[in-house]
Design a protein. Structure first.
Ligand SMILES: [Zn+2]
Length: 194
């Protein structure tokens, strides 16, 4: 069981060693997912496991369980079984719990995208908080990654991808964003109602 206090990983100096930086990225991603999704039941995030058993990438994901009272986040590697708890995340920049409960939308959608598209979406830089929650509460499925949102959420996300692709100076990253835009547009056409 890994016990981590997120506060020890915030505002790391620029010269911090790679493993500590990767650990910080991992913990902040788990906190963003756990606080973007619903509390009270464990669910599998879209974050792939970072283990390489037998030098092959583990095909598992990181599952999270957040409780409201007291506020707590537990995580678990779905395939290889490690688990941990994170403390010190409340009111951090990665605490995505909404300030106000959103009314349930009548036009809820489930849009399934490939895992690498989901990774590109998690890398978007300028999301508003509703869209950031949409990206980070995405769930791992057998067939890919499911985004859960309503029509406005999904349209907004596509808009952010397009805007960021238009302003991206790095051609490789622009290519990834363009591909994500294509995939999202196609996925929306073939969308499923949950
Ligand atoms: Zn694993």
């Amino acid at each position: 069981m890994f016990v981590s206090d997120l506060r020890h990983f915030l505002d790391l100096p620029d010269d911090v060693p790679g493993p500590a930086r990767r650990m910080a990225e991992r913990l902040t991603a788990i906190v963003r997912a756990a606080t973007a999704g619903d509390a009270g039941a464990e669910w599998a995030t879209a974050f792939p496991c970072d283990r390489r058993p037998g030098r092959r990438p583990c095909l598992g994901h990181i599952a999270v369980l957040r409780t409201e009272v007291p506020p707590a986040i537990e995580w678990r590697r779905t395939a290889c079984g490690d688990e941990g708890v994170i403390s010190g995340w409340e009111q951090s920049p990665y605490d995505l719990r909404p300030r106000l409960a959103r009314p349930q939308s009548a036009d809820a959608r489930r849009v399934v995208i490939p895992a690498d598209t989901a990774a590109t979406l998690r890398d978007l830089q300028l999301l508003d908080s509703d869209t950031e929650r949409l990206v980070f509460r995405a769930q791992a499925l057998e067939e890919g990654v499911a985004l859960f949102g309503d029509d406005d959420d999904i349209d907004e996300l596509v808009g952010y991808v397009a805007a960021e692709a238009n302003h991206e100076g790095n051609r490789r990253r622009q290519g990834r964003l363009d591909a994500a835009f294509e995939v999202l547009s196609r996925a929306i056409d073939g969308q499923q109602r949950p």
